[in-house]
Design a protein around this ligand. Sequence first.
Ligand code: AFP
Length: 340
Amino acid sequence: MVDEIRKPDRYGWTLERFIGERQRAFPGATGEFTQLFQQLELAGKIISSRVNQAGLAGLLGLTGDTNVQGEAVQKMDVFANNTMIQCVEAGGQVCVMASEEVDDPIPIPTRYPRGRYVLMFDPLDGSTNIDVNISIGTIFSVHKRVSEGDDPGLRDCLQPGSKQLAAGYIIYGSSCMFVFTSGDGTHGFTLDPSVGEFFLSHPDIKLPDRGKIYSINEGNEQLWDPRVRDWVKWLKTPDKASGRPYSSRYIGTMVADLHRTLMKGGVFAYPADAKNKNGKLRLLYEAAPMAMLVQQAGGLASTGEQAVMDVVPTELHQRVPLYIGSKLDVLDAVERVRKS
Ligand code: AFP
């Protein structure tokens, strides 16, 4: 199939057709997974359209509330969160959802059928960049329900990354892209707004084993462990043979920083520090989905102590330190920052 999708006529491959054809290859597939993706795709198109007109639609700025993370909620956060829920809840594929913006698991209203999938999402990653017209995104991952009975909930949400069936993000950037994996490579689709469809533009994305870019919030340097400081200093120290110094790039929207890392390679990190003892990024809505996408593209993701995909969550909004990107760059990072 990969040979087939490498053919130049990409307009032949909509996201829907791509997923549908792959699912048909699975014996016993019911089409539910494909339907769930149709809903995610719709949510992405709606959010993209609103992001494009945010300044005109009165959607910039804060609501005045704070979320479960203690962060100020943007109007676009609320819009994106509601859009994700409304697009998915009635479809009958999902039994429970969880959002970075909501304290507890989000049940499916009893008037709708419940399906066998669990959806985790960060509706609008990079909130602080919304008002300044910098790329933002939606991140999601799909698990299979593990609980039995009438009350799906927290247990279904607290699954390690290694159990994800699929993960992806929609980036609202200079173009809107839907990037996903269902365990068979990482593939990118670009929205053609004139047609209203995502078309395959980046089949089978592969990271180089080593990149030339590091991406980290260096404003936090004084808060880092000395090992992290030494690693970043090492990245900046010239050494022709190993391609150093690396260039620095940091957008402050994980989706955008990870999209660049997927396209060009290198390493993105958000370490633990004196203020954020477990780092800042959320395991279930940010780190684990990105780990699956990057691993399927030949890269690695680590907390510095273990593979991100192996971390078993104990809390819905748990945070983890993160080192993610090109294989050799992440291995270098882990060797230098690891404590144990
Ligand atoms: P928001 O979604 O609350 O804006 O957070 C963005 C984010 O979780 C992630 O996308 C960035 O990589 C990271 O925070 C940026 O954090 P700093 O501003 O501390 O560098």
